[in-house]
Design a protein around this ligand. Structure first.
Ligand SMILES: Cc1ncc(COP(=O)(O)O)c(C=O)c1O
Length: 321
């Protein structure tokens, strides 16, 4: 016997087909980027100002230069860039809503393009384009990432272990959202400074227990419901393309202070991304996005009732001004 037989059980989980079964399995999105920087040997990468600061980690670690670029109100490149040999352009498939534009960029920039699909778990990779995903932005898992690339690093990577970063996921079920929040912050912070590793066996197993289709349908339905009520007052208009599965509904309103008031009413709305406020000046679009855009949850935990409750809350707050 190579594997032990009998004895005690492990956690009971469903077993279905993994969504990104042909990708490399790594531990985090930022480490997928580190892998790409190492395997391609890029000297310089163009990054959007509108991005999460953890993306800078691999650049700082490897000493690779990065130069920021601006996006326009469709969240597309404001100006076209001239990307030379040894350089790359990284684009974020924002909220999982920019796949047609990703395809357009792939035609324009070819393999010098890197697609950050951490907000677009369901978006299929474009052939030959380095593309990465982060599992925990869409599902209740502690870590994990997928990478599509044709440029492989030699050598065996060590396998990550995640059992020790599960407490927030377990606490939220057992004791509620507030009880797990500190652990969530700690466990998330512990993903910084990790070496590139293979996805843990635990995360891999969890990723094979997910109802991918059901979740996609739920997210799309929730998005549509919010869009039908908020679309007219939304200052950014991003279409839900036929094959898109959104991460959130991005609601951009000129009413100030809504995020804080929603959070006070226990609607937890994140800020994408606080560090952007230090990188750009106050009149830039990215500053407005980081300060005013509300990424409203549309995920699989919720249905019509919660969406309607959130809409009512939002309307009440807007009326109070
Ligand atoms: C746009 C974007 N890219 C990359 C990452 C990095 O992913 P990970 O946290 O899995 O390293 C994040 C978030 O953390 C992100 O928001």
């Amino acid at each position: 016997m190579t594997e032990p037989v009998g004895g005690y059980f492990s956690l009971e989980l469903p077993l279905v087909e993994e969504y990104h079964k042909d990708a490399l399995r790594l531990n985090t999105g930022r480490n997928c980027l580190e892998y790409i920087l190492l395997s391609r040997g890029y000297k310089k990468v163009y990054l959007p100002y509108y991005i999460c600061s953890v993306v800078l980690e691999p650049f700082e670690k490897l000493g690779v230069q990065y130069v920021f670029y601006h996006v326009d109100e469709r969240l597309e490149l404001k100006d076209s860039l001239s990307v030379k040999a040894g350089e790359a352009l990284l684009y974020v498939n924002y909220f999982g809503l920019k796949q047609r534009y990703v395809e357009h960029l792939a035609e324009q920039y070819g393999t010098s393009l890197i697609i950050d699909n951490t907000q677009a778990f369901y978006a299929k990779p474009v052939k030959r384009i380095d593309t990465f995903y982060s599992c925990r932005k869409f599902f209740g898992v502690p870590d994990g990432a997928y990478l599509y690339t044709e440029e492989l690093l030699g050598g065996e990577l060590k396998q990550d272990e995640s059992y020790d970063r599960m407490s927030h996921l377990l606490r939220r079920i057992d004791l509620g959202a507030e009880s797990g929040y500190d652990d969530f912050r700690k466990n998330d912070d512990r993903l910084s400074g990790q070496p590139v590793r293979r996805m843990s066996r635990l995360t891999h197993r969890l990723m094979r227990g997910i109802d991918y289709e059901g979740i996609a349908n739920r997210r799309r339905a929730n998005y549509r419901l919010l869009e039908s009520e908020l679309g007219e007052s939304n200052k950014i208009v991003l279409d839900l393309e036929e094959d898109a599965v959104p991460m959130v509904y991005p609601y951009f309103t000129s009413v100030k202070g809504l995020r804080e008031r929603l959070i006070a009413d226990k609607v937890f709305v994140a800020c994408y991304w606080p560090d952007v406020l230090d990188w750009v000046n106050e009149v830039s679009l990215e500053y407005c996005l980081a300060s005013r855009m509300l990424p409203l949850p549309v995920d699989q935990r919720y249905g019509e009732e919660v969406m309607n409750g959130m809409l009512k809350e939002l309307n009440d707050l807007k009326c109070k001004g």
